[in-house]
Write a protein that binds this ligand. Structure first.
Ligand SMILES: Cc1ncc(COP(=O)(O)O)c(C=O)c1O
Length: 445
């Protein structure tokens, strides 16, 4: 519980609990009766809660903010669009192709695209397209990956309750109630960077595998990365067995590089999903890739159906056009990488000061922190890190004015506005927060 009094926040939560389950619009926003955050305003990389406490925000709404909150360059275009063009018509506009041309300029493997409103929708549509194209059912996903809140993707390896000494794979469980067992039927869950398991799965049911869906840099698992060899293995096995490779770049797209993970690894997916950074916080998403695969979306009898009332709405696409133009034409991502590197250095200095073994994973724009000797190679390795210490450290950072998710599976997100963060202040806050975390751990022994 934070020692900053939060009378207004508590009042708002109690009122909200009369109206919504848990009192929040998304279950992950519920941080308990004392610590659930109600926000008054955001600007740049600063978040101000409803009781007036300011935070430098490294959570950035789970990643979409790439330039900064309320960036005038984006917001002015959106306001102009609303006032002069409208928000939605249920018809096409020239913005559709303008945005796709910008994506293609940065991501040359994208030949055709379609839009969606959220990462979940983009993943659902790309999986359906892959099934339609291949005529197969099964989808291979990676332990610790997250692909949105729809039934089939709401199965997870229960690493939280897995014994690290066990040779057996963690149990696969649903995210909770309401997920039909039948939605598990076509899902194969494999540990990252394990060649033998991929071979085994393709040997057992390769004829029916439509696609592998992977976040090569796991934005939902501490930015643990696929190795170059593993990504090449997936590319090769898909080519050999007639399956498609889907890269879920909802978190990494237009963040880790202009061309996303695909550019970093030099590996082309057949389909890629984008959301988050594509619109700097406006609700817009997309999926696309090989022309022949995307053209399966058609009115043919076996063609794939895709669309939706709000698909390619003018607000989302205007934000995407303005954001992508900046990312393409300026050195915003270079700035983000530089600042992210500096922030990592500051944190590393603090951990070293306290003799804490630590490793970073992932790129500077979206890095994970792991307290342990080795960089985790998969979700099971993550369980071997000292995530308890991380939670304590993170909660103390929040107490001291740095916002982040208190779970080391969520990376630190950097945006262009972080270039103005006072690194000396950051170092002092990190030092105090870690000192307190160590003292709390000692006191519990
Ligand atoms: C890799 C990945 N895919 C899909 C999603 C789902 O996106 P959304 O929350 O926009 O539906 C997320 C959300 O965090 C994600 O990180």
């Amino acid at each position: 519980m934070t020692s900053h009094p939060k009378p207004h926040g508590t009042e708002l939560l109690i009122k909200a609990q009369e109206n919504m389950p848990l009192g929040v619009a998304d279950s992950y926003r519920y941080w308990g009766q004392e610590d659930t955050v109600f926000v008054k305003s955001v600007k740049g990389c600063t978040l101000t809660d409803c009781d007036g406490q300011d935070f430098i925000d490294f959570r950035l709404a789970y990643g979409p903010i790439i330039l900064g909150y309320r960036d005038n360059r984006i917001d002015q275009e959106v306001v102009k669009c609303i006032l002069e063009q409208g928000t939605i018509s249920g018809f096409s506009s020239e913005l559709d192709s303008q945005v796709i041309d910008l994506v293609k300029a940065m991501c040359p493997h994208i030949e055709k695209m379609r839009f969606a409103n959220s990462g979940t929708e983009a993943v659902m549509a790309s999986v359906r397209t892959a099934r339609g194209f291949t005529g197969r059912n099964k989808i291979v996903v990676v332990e610790g990956g997250f692909h949105g809140l729809y039934d089939e993707m709401m199965w997870k390896s229960d690493v939280d309750n897995w014994n690290t000494a066990s040779q057996a794979a963690p149990q696969v469980i649903p995210f909770g109630g309401g997920i039909p067992v039948s939605t598990r039927e076509h899902l194969e869950i494999v540990p990252l960077n394990d060649f033998a398991v991929i071979d085994e799965v393709f040997k057992r049911c390769g004829e029916d595998i439509a696609a592998i869906v992977i976040e090569p840099i796991m934005g939902n698992c501490g930015s643990i990365c696929a190795t170059q060899e593993y990504m090449q293995k997936l590319r090769d096995v898909c080519d050999e067995k007639g399956a498609l490779l889907i890269m879920d770049e909802v978190k990494t797209g237009f963040r880790v590089a202009k061309g996303g993970v695909s550019e970093l690894y030099g590996i082309k997916a057949d389909l890629t999903t984008y959301a988050k950074a594509i619109g700097n916080g406006y609700p817009v998403a997309a999926f696309g890739g090989r022309k022949d695969v995307m053209d399966k979306i058609s009115f043919d009898q076996d063609g794939v159906t895709h669309g939706g009332t709000y698909t390619a709405n003018l607000i989302g696409l205007t934000a995407a056009k303005a954001t992508l133009t900046i990312l393409k034409d300026t050195d915003a991502l270079a700035t983000i990488n530089k600042v992210g590197g500096e922030i990592r250095e500051v944190l590393s200095k603090v951990f070293t000061h306290f003799s804490i073994e630590h490793k970073f994973s992932g790129p500077d724009s979206m890095f994970g922190i792991h307290f342990g000797k080795e960089v985790p190679q998969n979700y099971r390795d993550w369980k071997k890190t000292d995530s308890q210490l991380y939670v304590r450290f993170a909660l103390n950072l929040i107490e001291n004015g740095i916002m982040l998710e208190p779970d080391s599976r969520e990376p630190w997100f950097i945006c262009e506005s972080h270039k103005d963060v006072d690194l000396q202040w950051l170092e002092e806050v990190a030092k105090k927060s870690m000192g307190d975390a160590i003292a709390q751990t000692e006191a519990e022994k």
